[in-house]
Design a protein around this ligand. Structure first.
Ligand SMILES: [Zn+2]
Length: 107
């Protein structure tokens, strides 16, 4: 079972206490964006076998959204961090790179 530590309340929550929110760090497009940019924002998602950054909500806990880095193949969790982060923390990226030397890095 997937277990993620909520970065706000510190609880190690099991998957059944959480709500998945899809891919993290999506770039949002507003008025003036092209149709292709807006279509990409709405529909195009990464689906990697390996390191992935995701949104999760501690639904049956504090109720807050947070972000998590995990491996989709092994379910290994690299870490969680606040939802306000515009990109994964540098120390978390270094931790992932140490465990997955072939990881291309956050893009
Ligand atoms: Zn929480």
């Amino acid at each position: 079972m997937l277990t993620l530590e909520c970065p706000y309340c510190g609880v190690k929550a099991e998957e059944t206490e959480l709500q998945a929110g899809g891919e993290a760090h999506l770039k949002r497009y507003g008025p003036g964006a092209s149709d292709e940019e807006f279509e990409g924002y709405l529909f195009m998602r990464k689906n990697p076998k390996g390191v992935h950054f995701e949104r999760w909500r501690h639904a049956y806990g504090c109720g807050k959204w947070f972000l998590a880095a995990r491996c989709t193949a092994t379910l290994e969790v690299f870490g969680t961090y606040p939802a306000q982060s515009t990109q994964p923390p540098v120390d978390l990226q270094a931790k992932i790179k140490a465990k997955r030397p072939n990881w291309e890095g956050y893009k």
